[in-house]
Design a protein around this ligand. Structure first.
Ligand code: AMP
Length: 220
């Protein structure tokens, strides 16, 4: 069977990470997040992590060649044979073109799902976001506050604010999104594979809509 690839597309703070984790478990496809891959490399102090660090901390995109090498390396691993779910990739037109070529050669089936959220909501979500240092689980100080302050509900690990979730970097990340990533919407619309989902509602409702698109079955 040909591989199936689902691209979760949208601005930072739109819920891609949270939804990708759930959808990945549901569809039994690996969740591949380029942001997570960079953060893992950074934590391990690899050359790749060091190369990405200054871009990430200033809200800019890591250069395409670096991202593409890392991503194609990851999706060549055996667990991605049946397909995978992309979160945070592609983010530029050259990245999308490189992915298109690879997926066309593999005759993969591709769906792009755009999680749409107004910009004012994105800022509030990003600045209040707290990420577990241990398992990566995401909380929010207001919308999904942990039961014990500063501790992850899943593993009791320490919650921290990502450095790039500080207000000044958030502003920069959103500007980068508008300039470099938003044009992909037109690219995928033209290809006829873009689905739009209102991401400004409770996570469970968003998940139902995603599941319906991914499985083609109406979910109640
Ligand atoms: P994320 O966790 O997806 O918000 O990614 C965090 C940061 O990693 C971004 O602000 C970028 O600096 C970098 N990054 C992640 N994915 C990409 C990508 N596809 N292209 C360029 N930079 C990326």
């Amino acid at each position: 069977m040909n591989a199936r690839v689902i691209i979760l597309f949208g601005a930072p703070g739109g819920g891609k990470g949270t939804q990708a984790t759930r959808l990945s478990a549901e569809l039994k496809l690996p969740h591949v997040s380029t942001g997570d891959l960079f953060r893992e490399n950074l934590a391990q102090g690899t050359a790749l992590g060091l190369r990405a660090k200054s871009f990430m901390e200033s809200g800019k995109l890591v250069p395409d060649d670096v991202v593409l090498d890392m991503l194609f390396d990851r999706v060549a691993r055996p667990d991605c044979k049946q397909g995978y779910l992309l979160d945070g990739f592609p983010r530029t037109l050259p990245q999308a073109a490189a992915l298109d070529a690879r997926l066309a050669a593999a005759k993969a089936s591709v769906q792009v799902i755009h999680l749409k959220v107004p910009e004012s909501v994105l800022v509030e979500r990003l600045v209040g976001r707290r990420t577990c240092k241990q398992c990566g689980n995401i909380h929010h100080v207001k919308f999904s506050a942990p039961k014990a302050a500063g501790r992850c509900d899943k593993c009791n690990g320490e919650l921290e604010q990502r450095r790039d979730d500080s207000p000044d970097v958030v502003t920069k990340r959103l500007a980068t999104y508008r300039a470099e990533t938003q044009p992909l919407e037109g690219h995928y619309k033209q290809a006829g594979i873009l689905h739009e989902v209102d991401g400004n509602r409770p996570a469970d409702e968003v998940f139902k809509a995603l599941k319906q698109i991914a499985t083609g079955v109406e979910v109640r």
